[in-house]
Design a protein around this ligand. Structure first.
Ligand code: FAD
Length: 457
């Protein structure tokens, strides 16, 4: 018998329930990845993610070859391509990890219908890309939790499966054609300091992080200059790491750092269960009806200054420049830049979310759109009118200005606390930074505009 294992955002061999089940049930397995043309057409295929994906596919192929197999790559309409492989190999089963975006669900339905006509069974496996599957825990009166704290309480009590080891051998039927794998070096528009993808680097990074990062995570995760978060988000997005394995290995280490880290992974599941229940939240306000964002020419100019990292607020500019250079941004930076765009500048969260998705290597519909909504006060935040002040936040989370100076070289010689308020410098010191812009907005004016708009005036 032959089974097809369709890889999507689960590009690994360790703890992979679809592959494990297929190998138990079939003599031969086709490990298949389909470059879905609909994802490209929807503009979701950003160069940074394509480059990271190229690494992941090369690494997955290498891992399969070590075990006697190989990766089969096709491109086109996902259901059609899987159908062709099923017909070519006479496969009786297709195994796939559950995914919850509107696009993934449409695709899964289409695939299920097609496979039925071919007499082939589709099995969709939960908890490949989440620790707790969406819909497993729900409040009494709804199909999903809208508030994180009670969700987290239930989430933490759920039984967790034991992570599976990587298979020893994989037999692929002979003669199944594959397109050549993409090569990272041929992809243009990639951020200069983009991280490397693939299961092997992901596992190395996880082990190093558990050894030497986890202990300091609780105290250090907001320290912009210290850069002490795990940076595992691209690996979790592409599934080169299993979230179940991450949680279990962290919990085995124990301590406050482990608890804080596992809580962040619960946030990841939280947003997924919201998106599964409300797929339209990727595009529409989840809660608030408020939708009177600025759209004027000056709003457009403000947005461009924000994009370019030239707002005159150093910590905002530092974070936006980090995003362009690395294809990644520290979580505190994401919070500050999102609050600044949606509240201080009063520009629609969708505009900011789209720009983030064009660059983020971990760019993810659930995490990106719902975190943007959370910060814009249109989503699940219980304090939707909170506005983060970029100066006081910078003084708290980058007290010595290390992060700000790293990304804004115009301010390299400015000492803290002026590095966060360079407009307060006088005379020669001020003249020395004349290549750095003045603030594009007064914070008090931005706040007043926000309050007026939210009050409906
Ligand atoms: P760590 O602090 O080490 O956390 C470990 C893991 O927990 C992360 O890798 C991530 O998978 C998960 N996690 C952490 N914080 C959150 C959170 N707030 N929500 C959901 N999961 C979380 N994360 C993405 O993975 N993709 C996105 O597209 C994305 N867009 C964001 C947009 C905005 C406006 C904001 C405020 C946050 C966004 N986040 C996104 C969440 C968070 O900023 C990143 O997951 C985190 O910065 C990744 O760094 P890390 O791996 O070092 O995180």
């Amino acid at each position: 018998t032959v089974s097809v294992v369709l890889f999507t955002c689960d590009l690994r061999l360790h703890d992979h329930p679809p592959l494990h089940t297929a190998l138990e049930r079939s003599r031969e397995v086709v490990p298949l990845f389909v470059r879905d043309r609909a994802v490209d057409a929807a503009g979701f295929a950003a160069p940074n993610r394509l480059a990271f994906l190229a690494d992941c596919l090369a690494d997955l192929d290498a891992g399969l070859r070590e075990r006697g197999g190989r990766l089969v790559l096709r491109s086109g309409n996902l259901a059609d391509e899987v159908g062709k492989v099923v017909t070519e190999t006479g496969a009786q089963e297709v195994h796939l990890a559950a995914d919850h975006s509107a696009h993934a669900r449409r695709r899964e339905e289409q695939l299920g219908a097609l496979l039925q006509t071919l007499g082939c069974r589709l099995t969709v496996h939960d908890t490949v890309n989440t620790v707790v599957a969406p819909g497993t825990v729900t409040p009494a009166s709804s199909d999903h939790f809208a508030v994180f704290t009670p969700y987290h309480r239930h989430w933490a009590q759920q039984p967790m499966r034991t992570p599976l080891s990587a298979p020893r051998t994989v037999r692929v039927p002979e003669g199944v054609g594959s397109e050549p794998l993409p090569v990272r070096g041929y992809i243009t528009g990639v951020s200069p300091a983009l991280a490397a993808g693939g299961e092997w680097p992901a596992r190395e990074q996880l082990s190093a992080w558990l050894r030497s990062g986890l202990g300091e995570y609780e105290d250090g995760h907001d320290d912009l200059g210290g850069d002490r978060t795990s940076r595992l988000s691209p690996h979790l997005h592409f599934g080169t790491l299993s979230p179940v394995e991450c949680v279990q290995r962290a919990l085995r280490k124990g301590g406050a750092g482990a608890e804080a880290f596992v809580r962040q992974l619960a946030w990841r599941d939280f947003h997924r269960q919201v998106l599964a229940a409300r797929p339209d939240a990727a595009k529409r306000n989840y809660r608030s009806q408020h939708d009177r964002w600025r759209t004027s020419v000056s709003a457009r100019r403000d947005f461009e200054a924000w994009q370019e990292g030239r707002t005159g607020y150093p910590v905002i500019d530092a974070a936006m420049r980090q995003l362009r250079h690395e294809g990644w941004m520290h979580n505190r930076g994401r919070l500050l830049t999102a609050s600044f765009l949606t509240k201080t500048l009063y520009v629609d969260w969708r505009v900011g979310a789209e720009y983030f998705l064009s660059l983020l290597v971990d760019g993810d519909v659930a995490n990106n759109q719902l975190n943007w909504q959370w910060m814009a006060g249109t989503g699940t935040d219980s304090r939707p009118n909170r506005v983060l002040n970029p100066v006081t936040q910078a003084k708290r989370y980058d007290p010595d200005g290390v992060y700000t100076r790293r990304w804004v070289p115009e301010l390299a010689d400015v000492a803290a606390p002026f590095v966060h308020e360079p407009w307060k410098l006088q005379g020669l010191e001020r003249a020395a930074i004349d290549d750095y812009p003045d603030p594009i907005v007064d914070l008090a004016d931005g706040l007043a505009r926000f309050k007026r708009a939210r009050a409906g005036r």
